[in-house]
Structure formats: C-alpha cells, structure tokens
Design a protein around this ligand. Structure first.
Ligand SMILES: [Fe+2]
Ligand SMILES: [Fe+2]
Length: 362
C-alpha cells in the first residue's frame, strides 16, 4: 500500500493500492517525517522543502508555476496523480526490474565498474568534442536497422535486440494515448547507441566495450552519488582524489541546471547532440530533454542533485519519470510477427516524416 498526504488538494482518489491523508492542519514537517508517507500532493509552492526530504519517495507537486509554464509552452500537463496511479499499476503488474544482485551476469557488473572508473571531467569533455563532430549522413531507418545488431550489456532485464525495445517503448506510450511526438521520442530514445558504428574499444564505444554508451549516468566534476547502482565502485573513479571534484558542488554553482553540468557520456548525450545540431528537427524541447536525461537515474529516480537542478529541471522531472515507466515496464522477451513489424514500420515512418529529416548527420 502506498500512502500519501494532500495539502489544499481536494480531489478524491479511489484506488485499491493508494491511500491519502487529506490535511490542511498537520504541519508539513510532521507529514514528511512519517515513514509511511510516500508522496505529497500540494497546490502550494513547496517544491524546495519537499524535494529535500528523504522520506518522500515520490513527490507530486501541482503548482501554479507548473501550470503556467505548461500553458506558456503550449503543452498539456498530465495530472501528476494520474501518473502516480499509472506507475503504481505498472509496478504491481510487473515483475521486479533493475535488480542488480549477485545473480546478475558478471558482464553487467564489469560494465559498471569500467564506467564508474573511466568517466571523468576530462573524458566526458573529450567524448563530447570527438563524437559531437557529426560527419556521416545516415537515414533514420538505416540507424534503426543497425541497432538490431547491438545488445545493451548494462540491461539485466532484456536480451532482445534494441530494435524491439524501441518498438515496445513507443507502443506502450501510444497505447496509453499520449501525443505522437512522445511516441516518436519513445521510438528513437535509444538510437544514440549507434555510436558503436563509429566507436572503438579504446573509447568504450564499441559492441565489446560499452562503458561510454550505456549504463545509468551521473554528474562528473562533483561528488558521486550514494544512491546509484553499485555505489561501491565510486571510489574507483579517476577523479576521486581531486580536491574540487570530490566536493558536493564540485565545479558547479547551486542550482546551475543540468544543462550546465557534465553528465557521464553515453547514448543519451550523443543522440541529444545529433538532434540539436541537425537542421529540420521539429521535436519539442520536452522530447530532447527526455532523450538527454533518461539514463540519469540518480537524479530522476533517487532525487540526488536537487542542489544542482534548476527550476526548469524540477518541472521537467515528472515527464522524465513518466517516460521512464515506459522505457522500463514495456520490456518483454517476446518478438513481433512479420506482419506486426510491417505495420509498425509504416506507422513510425509517418511520425519520422512529420518530425525529422529523412537523413541526419551522425
Ligand atoms: Fe536508454
Ligand atoms: Fe531504453
């Protein structure tokens, strides 16, 4: 059972697995310290104090600011409570995913060890420069087909080619009636893994060495988070002895925003750069943002980095969390039939045509 509290929010909720305490009188602090309270819904602008509280697993804040921002940007905001219910339902019907325990293939652990050791301020800067130089034209469908040859070592939940994962994510989003740009975001979100086509073992950008392509990301240039998969590898990071990089803020200013941070390099950043640097990309900013930060689990799932995120990042977080539920919970080790694949290709070709040029530079 998931329990939450509501402040100045009087929409009734009827769900077998969620209970809510409605309160306008109990002090917020008391509620937050209650270990049974997993989220808080409020109409007041309390984001800051909410996000700092460790006892809150999921914070749902519906503020005027968020509503105004949505209107200004011309996007529809989904009721945050609906997102929670959706996620709870998905969690319930799903087996446990992302369990990194001793049964996991050694390759996953090795991948994370290499990633944590080698991703540093210097390496991320180098990778951004090197792979941000886009020279090779390639059609989207050719990239998608090439992704069929790439299996993500870091993912303990699926052994299917990434091509199938893209279809499954997009179809989950489409099935729940979300807008077509979000469906397309789901379809292309992992396309940055084609970096392996121009990568090398030395750079960790090949099929064999994937530590600069996949895995949960983190911010470099400041202290590594404790809430991250395999935190025991943090001490291996090559930046760990730097007297500035090992501090809480490191090289950053308070709430400078994620776009001013160096995030561990991988398929997220590569595809983001491809979409920003190519002409004719018509996806909305939310799509680019989701693509860029979907692997930043310590931020979107563990609330690390609230001291670095800007108000824009805070507002975008629920969208990334929502997207993440499709990225995770649509994974099935079943394949599509030929007929289904043909239909999917036709449908997503139309979306690609609407939002992307046929050929992109990679
Ligand atoms: Fe991904
Ligand atoms: Fe994915």
């Amino acid at each position: 059972m998931i329990t939450g509290a509501c402040f100045n929010y009087n929409k009734p909720i009827d769900h077998p697995n969620i209970t809510i305490k409605y309160t306008n009188t109990t002090p917020l602090q008391t509620i937050l310290l209650d270990p049974d309270v997993h989220f808080v819904i409020t109409n007041d602008s309390l984001e800051d104090c909410l996000l700092k509280e460790k006892n809150v697993l999921t914070t749902l804040v519906i503020t005027e600011k968020l509503k105004n921002l949505a209107t200004e940007k011309g996007v529809t905001i989904t009721n945050q409570l609906d997102i929670l219910i959706e996620n709870v339902n998905k969690n319930l019907e799903n087996k446990k995913l992302r369990v990194y325990d001793s049964n996991i293939d050694n390759a996953v652990k090795e991948l994370y060890k290499k990633m944590r050791t080698n991703q540093t301020v210097a390496s991320v800067t180098k990778m951004r420069q090197k792979y941000g130089n886009l020279t090779t034209p390639m059609k989207i469908w050719d990239c998608i087909d090439k992704l069929g040859d790439f299996i993500d070592i870091s993912d303990p939940d699926v052994e299917l080619p990434n091509l199938v994962h893209l279809f499954q994510t997009a179809e989950g989003i489409r099935g729940d009636g979300h807008p077509d740009w979000l469906q397309l975001t789901g379809f292309i979100h992992d396309l940055g893994k084609v970096i392996y086509l121009r990568g090398s073992d030395n750079d960790g950008t090949s099929v064999k060495e994937q530590y600069n392509i996949v895995g949960d990301t983190f911010v470099v240039g400041c202290r590594l988070p404790e809430k991250i998969v395999y935190p025991e590898f943090n001490k291996l990071n090559k930046d760990v002895d730097n007297s500035i990089y090992r501090t809480k803020y490191g090289i950053y200013r308070a709430n400078c925003g994620l776009d001013n941070c160096l995030v561990a390099y991988g398929h997220d950043e590569y595809l983001y750069q491809v979409l920003v640097k190519n002409k004719g990309v018509k996806l909305p900013p939310e799509a680019l943002y989701i693509i860029r930060y979907h692997s930043l689990y310590p931020w979107h799932t563990e609330n690390e980095y609230s001291h670095l995120e800007s108000s824009y990042d805070k507002n975008m977080k629920p969208k990334v969390v929502q997207f993440n539920s499709y990225d995770l919970y649509t994974k099935e080790n079943t394949n599509y039939t030929e007929k289904q694949l043909k239909e999917l290709r036709e449908y997503y070709s139309r979306l690609i045509k609407k939002y992307l040029p046929e050929t992109l530079y990679w």
